[in-house]
Design a protein around this ligand. Structure first.
Ligand code: ZN
Length: 283
């Protein structure tokens, strides 16, 4: 083979490697971009779901409209994240404020979807069913978080849906034993059920029991312990922070579902690391 052929072969290999790289970068960019947009759309749906559930309206019925003047939104006014910015947080007709948390929930959902994509793609062995499962789970967690934060109530229909879908996904994609599922559910639900029964529902509500049960279906034994411990640690940090800021927070405790959902998200990706880290102290 002459020098010329070697150079040509080299050029062909380099070019094709570059195009594979380019293709992967192109794919990654659109993958993340799509997740962000999709998160915005789901965030918009979550807003709609929360508002309609709170106001006893049919979730699937009717188009989005202004909360104040009932004016139906045009398509351009209904684009997640961007419409709120474009309208400067005001209705086009009545000029009344569209709550800022609408925008924040859409943006947060988009960012969390992006984060789930990055964590799945970079941190775990990528498998699309894991991604779909995690996106679903995060959506459930966001609804529970927001509703509990705003209205101090954990929506049971959302929690039951989460438990059923979680079990179906995990049944097909995770190796788990019936024993670990059994103890996950017993510990997750039972931990709150005991407190609920002892305090006759004064310390915690029935919603926490159901949420604990659902998290048991997702995390099994022993990971459910990480979710519970971490929730208490996060709760303690928040409480101390709030108390330092203002003594009035003594009276208004933050609902526990808020901490459980944050803890569940962290445990979803770092639960194994936390268990390993903890075990390293025991040996
Ligand atoms: Zn309006």
């Amino acid at each position: 083979m002459g020098v010329f052929e070697i150079l040509v072969n080299y050029a062909i290999i380099t070019l094709s490697l570059n195009s594979v790289n380019n293709f992967l970068m192109f794919f990654e960019f659109y993958f993340y971009f799509f997740l962000f947009l999709f998160g915005g759309i789901i965030g918009s749906f979550i807003n709609c779901y929360i508002w309609r559930t709170k106001n006893n309206k049919n979730i699937w019925h009717g188009r989005s409209c202004c909360l104040h003047c009932n004016q139906q939104l045009k398509v351009v006014e209904n684009i997640p994240i961007f419409s709120w910015l474009f309208l400067k947080g005001k209705c086009r007709i009545c000029k009344k404020n569209i709550p800022k948390y609408y925008f924040l929930i859409e943006l947060s959902t988009a960012i969390l979807f992006l984060l789930v994509g990055i964590l799945n793609y970079v941190y775990l062995d990528f498998y699309w069913l894991y991604l779909v499962r995690d996106l679903f789970f995060v959506s459930i967690l966001i609804i529970v978080f927001v509703y509990d934060l705003f209205y101090k109530l954990i929506l049971s229909q959302v929690v039951w849906l989460g438990a059923i879908v979680g079990l179906v996904f995990n049944f097909f994609i995770i190796d788990f034993t019936i024993i670990s599922l059994f103890w996950g559910v017993v510990v997750g639900g039972g931990f709150f059920l005991v407190q609920f029964l002892i305090s006759k529902g004064r310390w915690i509500g029935g919603g926490d029991v159901r949420l604990g049960f659902m998290l048991g279906c997702w995390f099994f034994w022993p990971k459910i312990l990480v979710v519970l411990f971490l929730a208490y640690i996060i709760g303690a940090i928040f409480s101390v922070g709030l108390l330092v800021k203002d003594k009035r927070y003594w009276q208004s405790a933050l609902p526990f579902g808020v901490f459980l959902t944050i803890s569940a998200f962290i445990t979803l990706y770092f639960g194994n690391n936390i268990i390993e880290w903890y075990m390293s102290f025991l040996i």
